[in-house]
Design a protein around this ligand. Sequence first.
Ligand code: SF4
Ligand code: SF4
Length: 440
Amino acid sequence: MKIFTFKGGIHPPYEKDISISEPLREVPRPKISVVLLSQHIGAANKSIVNKGDIVEEGQRIGESDSFVSSPVHAPFAGKILDIKKAIHPAVGPGMSVFIETDPEKQKKQYEEKVPSKLTPQEIIEKVKSAGIVGMGGAAFPTHVKLSVPEEKKIKTLIINGAECEPYLTCDQSLMTRKTREILKGLELFMEVLHPEEIVIAIEDNKKAALFAFEKELKKISAESATKIRIIMLETKYPQGGEKQLIKAVSGKEVPPGGLPLDIGFLVQNIGTLYAVYEAVYKGKPLIERIVTISGDCLRRPGNYKIRVGTTVKDIIENAGIELYKDPKKILFGGPMMGFAQAQIEVPVLKSTAGILFLSEDKASVFEETPCIKCAKCVDVCPVRLIPTDIMKNVKKKKWENVESLHVSDCMECGACNYSCPARIPLVHYIKEGKAAIAKR
Ligand code: SF4
Ligand code: SF4
């Protein structure tokens, strides 16, 4: 089978076996659920509940009139204790609804019901109403992504099964356990977007997922199946980046500052397809997701079904993950692009793919030494930047040079950091450069 890839990238230790071989478990109901009102890219939501209100599971609690926004829902039935700011490492401080969950109320059961024939607009409305956002990390509202302007045409819809971040296996877990449901979500996307072809792209370290899709494809309508191609990607970081994926699949490049849509592509994450299936077939809003809990500090790593709003503290205390080493770093997301956090009272968001507990051995901070001009950072950069030159110009505060080195095209993937033998935190300098340019 042909293996597809892009130029550049790195091969870090993947550490996926730690979590993928474990059964899917569930984190029990916390006493208090902390739901950030805005968990998406776009206009901020406002609370539509008040302190003291009683809410039902799945009830909408925050929304905005803006089209580019996404509502949030109560993950559990309970009483609104407070509405106040809470800190979050991934999205910064944000207004949050604190719900005292009701232990007497069982979790709702969401049964699958085949929906009557829906128009594209009705599908988009259901996706919007269920608060679905991109679950691969960006959290862009999915209904906006589905609302393609009339003059644009989606030629290729790519389903992103790369999951290239080390440690994370939540998508892999979904692809092997919920293959049929993901394909149902995909068919809904096809109803709305009418792409000419669909490519399900999976890294070659996830062969079980590839076989699962091949098997399930035989069961869907011939009309849909003939448009769908499954391809294998080289296991390489950052293979799952939108632009890298398009390059690997088609050889085409998204122009700098442009969108995949500009060249007829749309990329969709596995978890998002599953959430769309749950919204349309089960009427379930996005209040729960699979999160990889992993690292070298815990005894029960694995993939866990976790309700949005459950804090890291509650996961540690209630899920029996047993921390037997003190973590040096707790990360939201993977080790390459994740966000470190200093406290454990932070909740799971719709976009939280993983929470990692890493010891000193895995999360050491090295001292920066002088650049040895080896050009390794240049070789690995997937967008062909010159990180070493950007770093040198940032240090000299030569912002015009930094801009002309196309710092804004950097996707902050961290591949240059990882490969630098001088341990220079190149992404740190790149972020500093971007911030300085934005202020000019
Ligand atoms: S310069 Fe940016 S895009 Fe290139 S490797 Fe470094 S972090 Fe990734
Ligand atoms: S990888 Fe590090 S040491 Fe090598 S050129 Fe880049 S910045 Fe310099």
